[in-house]
Write a protein that binds this ligand. Structure first.
Ligand code: ZN
Length: 80
């Protein structure tokens, strides 16, 4: 069995598990990758990025991560 992702505008819109001999033209083999609906697909790198955490997050393709300035990512100080 293999896992396939259907991509529209570089966003995963569907994920399906199918037999090895299924050869869909418009689905991408994503077996052994963590993929869910809403993930961003990077066609040049052939990798899938998780759904971005906040609206202001910017995709850092080289590092394969989201660069996000949202203060929710700031380390919270613990007050005794
Ligand atoms: Zn964020």
């Amino acid at each position: 069995m293999k896992t396939y992702a259907k991509i529209e505008n570089d966003i995963v819109i569907n994920v399906s598990i199918a037999d090895d001999n299924w050869n869909p033209a418009d689905w991408i083999d994503c077996t052994n990758q963590s993929v869910g609906i809403g993930y961003t697909y990077l066609p040049l790198e052939g990798i899938f990025m998780p759904t971005k955490c906040h609206a202001e997050a910017v995709l850092n393709v080289k590092a394969a991560k989201w660069d996000c300035t949202n203060t929710e990512h700031d380390i919270k100080e613990i007050h005794a």
